[in-house]
Design a protein around this ligand. Structure first.
Ligand code: ATP
Length: 365
């Protein structure tokens, strides 16, 4: 069991707060993503879990034991730095065996362990080669192997694929995910790339400005964003936001957009004031009929689908529709939205107005 529990963790550097009271649980065996824009505090969070920074307040638990103030060497966590950090003058075998030899393991046990890990990573045939001459992919595998041989309770990875070109990055991310599925070791992975987080993660924490905005599965975060920040950060193009001033009276489940009643999910009932109507581009339909209308201002062909940009009475809106559908610039079309996919936000706080947010989501506070 290598569950990691973060409880009200805060980190200050002098008078700057890098992480504000953060709480979430990483379950045993999960591939867990820390996602957010540059400077939001994700690396600091990862470093606190590994013990490379100590929290100013709050608690970190690993495997049922509080480790908040322990040095890294007593945490049994492997930190995979930039994957190219290898000993260049040693061969692959030496790079893999070094962490074990320095722990005092005997030669036969070291040989068995290196053989096992080399088998997992598919690098048995290059054990005698110097790392200097290896391909990028093999170097990454050796660097991973260096972390795996120690049999840690959990792996910490900070943008491990960040320096790679797009094609190789995709290949390595698939390989990493497959490796995780074989080993089932708890892995915490920092990225600013929402697509990478969605593709690889079992769970995602979305951070912004030192605060945890939401945590949940990729689907929960995509379908039920807890804030406008999350709705905007996840998805491409991101969620559309139409601002309006109105109410969702008790007993009704629609809002008034320019005189047109738009259905919203039942759990939004009772909301009032300055709100934002949030709809993802793929949940917008275009038709000749329909009283809520928008003018086509641009079209972008993407193969099977196209992105239509429209000007509506409540602001700009993007729709993802089949590329066969004809939409001409300057034309006015009716817009339809599926009520179940709508998220309403409070304009001032930016938080979603909903009573069905999962328990991983922080309250509006
Ligand atoms: P990036 O992807 O750019 O690394 P991040 O989300 O990982 O972003 P952090 O590295 O956690 O962000 O940094 C969060 C904030 O804390 C940044 O503004 C950074 O400048 C600041 N910070 C991090 N480490 C220190 C430090 N040792 N002393 C002072 N400020 C720091």
């Amino acid at each position: 069991m290598a569950e990691i529990v973060i409880k009200n963790v805060r980190k200050e550097f002098g008078d700057f707060t890098a992480v504000k009271e953060s709480s979430f649980t990483i379950e045993d065996g999960e591939f867990f993503m820390l996602l957010g824009p540059s400077g939001c505090g994700k690396t600091t969070t990862l470093r606190m879990i590994a013990g490379l920074e100590l929290p100013t307040s709050g608690e970190i638990w690993l495997d049922g034991e509080e480790i908040s103030q322990k040095p890294p060497s007593q945490r049994d966590i492997a930190f995979v730095f930039q994957m190219f950090a290898l000993y260049p003058h040693m061969n692959v075998y030496k790079n893999l065996s070094y962490p074990l030899v320095s722990q005092g393991m005997n030669r036969a046990a070291v040989r068995d362990k290196v053989d096992e890990v080399a088998g997992i990573l598919g690098i048995r045939d290059i054990l005698k080669k110097p790392v200097g001459g290896l391909s990028g992919g093999d170097r990454q595998r050796v660097a991973l192997g260096r972390a795996i041989v120690r049999n840690p309770k959990a792996f910490m990875m900070d943008e491990p694929l960040g320096a790679l070109d797009a094609e190789f990055r995709e290949h390595m991310s698939e390989e990493l995910r497959a490796l995780h599925d074989r080993m089932n070791a708890t892995t915490v992975y920092v990225t600013h790339d929402q697509l990478e987080a969605m593709q690889m993660g079992d769970k995602i924490v979305v951070m912004n400005n030192a605060v945890v905005e939401q945590f949940g599965t990729p689907q929960e975060i995509y379908d039920k964003p807890a804030s406008m920040f999350v709705a905007d950060f996840i998805g491409s193009p991101s969620m559309n936001f139409l601002g309006f001033d109105g109410t969702v009276p008790e007993g009704t489940t629609s809002v008034d957009l320019q005189g047109q009643a738009m259905a919203v999910p039942r759990q939004i009932e009772g909301a009032a004031g300055k709100m934002v109507f949030g709809v993802r581009p793929e949940h917008v339909t275009l038709s000749d009929s329909g009283n809520y209308r928008g003018e086509v201002v641009a079209t972008e062909y993407l193969g099977t689908t196209q992105i239509i940009t429209l000007e509506t009475p409540n602001g700009e809106l993007k729709a993802r529709v089949p590329s066969g559908q004809v939409a001409t610039t300057g034309e006015k079309v009716g817009l339809g939205f599926n009520a179940e996919t709508i998220t309403l936000f409070d304009e001032t706080s930016g938080r979603a107005l909903r009573s069905d947010l999962n328990n991983g989501v922080l309250s509006n506070g």
